[in-house]
Design a binder for this molecule. Structure first.
Ligand SMILES: [Zn+2]
Ligand SMILES: [Zn+2]
Ligand SMILES: [Zn+2]
Ligand SMILES: [Zn+2]
Ligand SMILES: [Zn+2]
Length: 243
């Protein structure tokens, strides 16, 4: 991460061990170099984040020579920076540490003098004291393990056993009402399924009955024709004889 410490590094220098700080400034942010890289054409030094932001707006344009080509920072500069000692960014909150350039980032990530907000009263307290504060803060929300209702610690005494039992009863009623409603829905669905099955069955019966009727009529017609033919057959000899 190329994050730059928020407060001016220059103002927090506690010792230089002979390093010339003026040669170690970034001309973009005018603060001390942070994770520096250099322009290969003019040897200007920049914080890597500063030049990155700069090049987004004007690509390949070195702020000094207008022709940027990146190279690594010289070991000499790294050595000079490493000589510097700083007050922790959390010194105003009481951190007493004096830290070397190379250890600064790690310390400030882990420093226990950072401020944190209490989730109850929203006051800012030191990170290292937050747990102790929240254990006693009257505004911290607590959750009843019996009924899951939440309340501020300062109202804990008003969540009496009586109130808790009533709340549990209310939740029980609410749940059983919801359960009944759910069951009613299931029954309704099943009824409509049965209804549509019955309807389907009735349609099939009607169709089959109609088919059967048509077949009966056909059979009757055939029988009549057979009757007709046999009558004609019976009359045949008579016809011959009458000739
Ligand atoms: Zn810079
Ligand atoms: Zn340049
Ligand atoms: Zn610190
Ligand atoms: Zn609090
Ligand atoms: Zn409760």
């Amino acid at each position: 991460m190329e994050t730059k410490p928020q407060n001016s590094l220059l103002k927090r220098i506690q010792g230089t061990s002979g390093a010339d700080v003026e040669d170690l400034e970034c001309i973009i942010c005018t603060d001390l170099l942070w994770k520096p890289i250099a322009c290969n054409n003019c040897d200007s030094l920049y914080c890597s984040q500063c030049i990155k932001n700069w090049l987004v707006k004007s690509p390949e344009n070195c702020p000094h020579c207008q022709n940027y080509a990146e190279r690594r920072c010289s070991p000499f500069v790294i050595k000079q920076l490493a000589k510097l000692q700083f007050a922790c960014i959390n010194q105003p909150n009481g951190c007493p540490e004096i830290i070397g350039y190379e250890a600064l980032e790690k310390h400030e990530i882990e420093c226990s003098y950072k401020l944190q907000q209490c989730s109850g009263c929203h006051l800012t307290v030191l990170e290292k004291e937050l747990a102790k504060h929240e254990d006693n803060c009257e505004s911290i929300r607590l959750t009843c393990s019996e009924c899951n209702v939440t309340y501020s610690r300062c109202n804990a005494s008003s969540h009496t056993e009586n109130i808790c039992l009533r709340e549990q009863l209310r939740q029980f009623r609410q749940n059983s009402a919801a359960y009944k409603q759910h069951q009613a829905q299931i029954i309704e669905q099943q009824n409509s399924t049965i209804q549509s099955l019955q309807q389907e069955q009735a349609e099939i019966t009607n169709r089959l009955t109609a088919q059967l009727e048509r077949q009966k009529v056909d059979i009757q017609k055939h029988e009549m024709k057979i009757e007709e033919h046999s009558q004609q057959l019976k009359q045949l000899p008579n016809k011959f004889m009458s000739k």
